[in-house]
Design a protein around this ligand. Structure first.
Ligand code: CO
Length: 607
């Protein structure tokens, strides 16, 4: 008998709905899902934590609490990124331990723990802590294809994970590129090597061969398969819960689940899929076997599409897909999973947009320093020098990265208390893991992109009738405006969102009506990006859409060419905005935390 681990409430919507499924759309179906008898359900972790606070104005801890209460008979699981927890960089041991403690306390009974680089040193602390709490611990290895990722290496590492105390194991094929024979070889290899604990196969349908891989996994003795309900899996999500159940019926692998019950649940999610139509993306809905070449995981693919659209560079999609494997080779073949998928993905976007390694993100530098763990393969000295400069050898560390970090929990707890923002200990973790957006969230300043009752919203690129919303607001406003003698059809969707000729723009009001306009900050599409002359002044503009994380200079400061002026967070990564030449900063035009668009003025300098 094979059991299923249902991923609908975590990975499915992370893969095809940009992780935006709201808790209020999950709760009504929990009772039925709880009756199926799944081995377990993943409902938390991964990107859901970030999405909750950033886009949905939802407390992720409350989500965990509510869902685990609504699923009393099912073991609920979170996806835990080892020392990265639910984010993109290493946190100190005390923070990781507190996180595991409070996740368990709020109802998380099982932890699927993985490290993006399969560096077991990074997995030790969360595994031991989750065991100590009494949770089920699933040790997970990221599946990838490269000259150095052999079946023997996987089996060897899985054996080590069993020794480390894991209760089960998972082959985490986040990009959906495991072939039937590789699935068979790895799982059979584990069983033949005497591994006793259950083995789970997690995959995505992206390549079109995953159903076959699941069958071969069954033949090799797999214990659990990851699936999601058909309505929400698109092509980049998991194989279908109903389909796999039907496929295994009346075989020795029969799950024994009630198909009628599964169909009831499917119907519910069909409606949810329609409700979230504004997030549908064609690319995420097509099976694309080229994944076996570019190896980009489902979640990363839909995020890349999303980000490229926002950056106005959707036409670069194919170039970026081709650049990703080249970057990956340069990086020593990391599996593409959060955060390495973001690091490699953003660097690939940069390479395509600005030329290869012309702009290097801070995260790429950290990766080369070893601050994420040991890269799986060799990296050439030449690459090290290109990324870290001639003294790179002094910068690269050899120890477990988190061992270099100072404890943080107590300090941040005091800090939140001082600010009067500490309502529960979990808030300290929200803040520690996401200092900027977490603080905004705790202050109640995050605006939800939408609530369940606002749905459905308009689908991008689709002309639709004026929307009626339940709320008594004057938006959306539809009408004509006349600019330079030309008429434009305009829909003001909200105070800061406007649709002109079917295209969406973010707008900001520069001066209130009736007042003198501020000195012109009119933007022309930059021909010479980042370096525009206006008289003696030189403008430093944002290279892309993002959020100002930090300002590194003040008016009057002398700067050298290439010196960071601001740190811009874009595509979840930090990027330096640098001075184009030597000179003196004249004015700063943005504030910390401000959202900026491509070509927005950040600072002026005299150079
Ligand atoms: Co996945």
């Amino acid at each position: 008998m094979v059991q299923l681990h249902d991923q609908t409430l975590r990975d499915a919507h992370q893969s095809v709905l940009a992780t935006r499924l709201r808790t209020e759309d999950m709760l009504p179906i929990c009772d039925k899902m709880d009756q199926v008898g799944f081995d377990s359900m993943e409902i938390w972790g991964g990107a859901t934590f970030d999405a909750c606070i950033r886009y949905l104005d939802e407390d992720p801890w409350e989500r965990l609490n509510k869902l685990s209460d609504a699923l009393p008979n099912t073991r609920v699981q979170m996806l835990e990124r080892a020392m990265n927890i639910v984010a993109y960089k290493n946190y100190p041991d005390d923070v990781v331990k507190k996180f595991v403690h409070y996740a368990y306390k709020n109802g998380c009974e099982s932890f699927r723990i993985f490290d993006a680089l399969n560096d077991l040193r990074n997995m030790k602390v969360p595994i031991e802590k989750a065991k100590e709490e009494g949770a089920h611990v699933q040790g997970s290895l990221c599946y990838t294809i490269s000259p150095i990722h052999t079946v023997e290496k996987y089996v060897e590492k899985f054996k080590k994970l069993e020794k480390m105390g894991c209760d089960s194991l998972c082959v985490k094929d986040m990009a959906g590129m495991i072939s039937p024979s590789r699935a068979y070889d790895i799982i059979k290899g584990c069983k033949d090597a005497g591994i006793k604990i259950p083995i789970d196969l997690h995959s995505h349908k992206t390549s079109g061969m995953t159903g076959m891989a699941y069958m071969k996994a069954c033949e090799a003795g797999v214990d659990v398969l990851d699936t999601s309900f058909s309505s929400l899996t698109g092509a980049t999500g998991q194989p279908e819960t109903e389909g796999v159940t039907a496929a295994l019926k009346d075989t020795e692998y029969d799950t024994g689940y009630d198909m009628d019950l599964l169909m009831d649940i499917k119907e519910y999610f069909d409606e949810i899929w329609e409700k979230y139509r504004h997030l549908h993306r064609d690319q995420a809905l097509k099976v694309d076997p080229s994944v076996t070449v570019h190896q980009i995981p489902g979640g990363m693919l839909s995020n890349l599409v999303n980000q490229l659209e926002k950056q106005g560079a959707a036409d670069k999609y194919n170039e970026v897909l081709e650049e990703v494997p080249r970057v990956r080779e340069d990086f020593g073949y990391p599996p593409l999973v959060t955060p390495s998928s973001q690091i490699v993905g953003v660097q690939a976007v940069m390479n395509v947009k600005f030329g290869r390694y012309e702009k290097i993100t801070n995260d790429t530098k950290e990766y080369f320093r070893g601050m994420y763990g040991r890269p799986p393969g060799e990296i050439s000295d030449e690459m090290y020098e290109k990324i870290l400069g001639p003294d790179w050898e002094e910068e690269v560390i050899d120890e477990r990265p988190a061992s270099l970090l100072e404890p943080q929990f107590k300090k941040n707890k005091d800090l939140l208390e001082d600010k009067g923002l500490l309502n529960k200990p979990e808030d300290v973790l929200t803040y520690t893991i996401y200092p900027d957006i977490g603080l905004k969230f705790l202050k109640g300043e995050v605006e939800a992109e939408f609530y369940s009752e606002d749905l459905p919203l308009e689908k991008p690129g689709e002309k639709k009738e004026e929307q009626k919303t339940a709320r008594q607001i004057s938006y959306p406003w539809k009408g004509k405006v006349r600019i330079d003698g030309k008429n434009y059809e305009v829909v003001m969707k909200s105070e800061d969102k406007v649709r002109v000729n079917g295209k969406d723009y973010n707008v900001s009001v520069l001066f209130p009506e009736g007042e003198q306009p501020a000195p012109s900050q009119a933007k022309s599409k930059a021909q010479d990006r980042g370096e525009k002359r206006s008289g003696e002044e030189l403008e430093i503009n944002s290279p892309m859409l993002g959020t100002i994380l930090e300002l590194k200079v003040s008016p009057g400061d002398d700067v050298k060419a290439g010196q960071p002026v601001a740190i811009l967070e874009a595509m979840k990564m930090e990027n330096d905005v640098t001075a184009p030449r030597d000179g003196k900063i004249k004015d700063i035009h943005v504030k910390k935390g401000q959202d900026v668009e491509e070509d927005d003025l950040i600072a002026t300098m005299v150079g």
